[in-house]
Design a protein around this ligand. Structure first.
Ligand code: ATP
Length: 375
């Protein structure tokens, strides 16, 4: 039911006659003290593409980014920037400053003794002074910081410093931008604004970007493609829509938000749940199936005038979350099954405790996976 997309290897791309990607990781592996933290990763970035490395803490995102930057030597595998081999076993290891990549991290680390304009000009070595300044000012303008060109970094807020750091990383027109959680130290509202501005600048400049984040919402906002990692491996690569709507495995569903979970056995191509019988025609008879139901998939309709009893689905609690409300519901199925589930509904709908309800499912947000075969 779900797709599993692996990036083509560099040789596949050459054989297919495709133009060279901006960045290509070819079977990259990295070990620390005998433990593999990055395992045979294939990943490519096209010009102008924003790819997010997404995954839980410790899954190897930063290590992979550092390998692309030249800050970490891989145990095996190759790294290409454009058509240039920049890292390979047996000696090739082009240093970070010669890779034509722009780097920005969680903390901005600007030079404190240089003004904002001087900071941004610092990395541009090839242009005469006037053109350098004009390019730096253009980037500061795009990131909303032109007014601060002549001040020193310590007079700026964290968010402003981060904007300057992004301008500095972009100033030498790098082939690839490598960003490691660059927005995570900012408060929510500022983060949204800087994310938005950054995305527009990256797209306008057509810069291939690899962005590390553990935040699925950030990845969906920023990415053309997401590579979701777990334990040093890529579990699924695809557009945000592909990962959200066509997840390869339960881990992918769970990573994008809390879900309701139920386990059932397939009989006659169906599986019984407290929300009714679901189509399970793709599964073997007797298969044990995990059913993952997004809270957004549950449509709740009040049964006016009906008093809830032991066999009627009813509301246990309602909480307003802002744009949405979260309803805790006790669902009763036709086969006598019972389930506590969460439903996310538009924020204006806040039924009272004990309200009898009928429940329907949006099946595009319900995912079935084989758990183990029932014998
Ligand atoms: N220099 C190192 N020496 C030894 N172990 C390391 C080193 N760098 C990273 N690791 C280990 O490699 C694993 C992956 O770390 P990495 O920082 O790449 O993960 P991550 O997905 O970026 O995590 P986070 O989101 O928390 O930053 C972790 O277990 C980490 O402890």
């Amino acid at each position: 039911m779900s797709i599993y997309q692996q990036s083509p290897t560099y040789n596949d791309q050459l054989e297919n006659g495709l133009s060279g990607p901006s960045l290509m990781l070819d079977r990259v592996h990295c070990q620390f003290h005998g433990d593999s933290v990055v395992r045979d990763i294939n990943l490519h970035l096209e010009a102008g593409e924003v790819v997010c490395l997404l995954g839980p803490s410790g899954c190897g995102k930063t290590t992979l980014l550092r390998i692309a930057a030249g800050l970490q030597v891989p145990s095996s595998g190759k790294v290409f920037l454009g058509r240039s081999l920049v890292s390979a076993p047996g000696g090739v290891q082009v240093p970070p400053e010669k890779r034509n990549v722009g780097l920005a991290f969680q903390e901005s680390a600007l030079f404190p003794h240089l003004t904002v304009l001087e900071n941004v000009c610092f990395g541009i070595s090839t242009l005469p002074k006037k053109q350098k300044q004009s390019r730096a000012l253009d980037l500061l303008e795009r990131l909303g910081m032109a007014g601060a060109a002549n001040v020193y970094p310590h007079t700026l807020s964290g968010g402003q410093q981060q904007r300057v750091a992004l301008a500095r990383a972009l100033a030498p027109s790098p082939r690839v931008m490598l960003l490691d959680e660059p927005f995570s130290s900012l408060d929510a509202r500022l983060r949204d604004q800087i994310r938005d501005d950054t995305l527009h600048v990256l797209k306008e400049l057509n810069t291939a970007t690899l962005l590390v984040t553990h935040d699925p919402e950030e990845a969906m906002f920023m990415a053309d493609r997401i590579a979701l990692m777990r334990d040093g491996e890529i579990v699924q690569t695809g557009s945000p829509t592909e990962l959200y709507c066509n997840p390869a495995e339960p881990f992918v569903v769970n990573f994008f938000g809390q879900v309701n979970e139920h386990v059932g056995i397939v009989h006659d191509g169906q599986v019984a749940t407290p929300l009714g019988r679901l189509d399970a025609s793709g599964f073997d008879e007797g298969a044990n199936v995990r059913i993952l139901i997004r809270p957004e998939a549950v449509k709740v309709t009040p049964l006016e005038g009906k008093v809830a009893d032991d066999r009627t689905s009813h509301v246990i609690m309602s909480r307003l979350l802002g744009p949405t409300s979260l309803l805790h519901i006790c669902a009763h199925g036709p086969d006598g099954q019972e389930m506590h589930l969460h439903a996310k509904v538009p924020g204006v709908f806040l039924p009272e405790e004990g309200q009898a309800v009928s429940l329907e499912l949006d099946m595009s947000q319900v995912f079935l996976f084989e758990a183990e075969t029932w014998r």
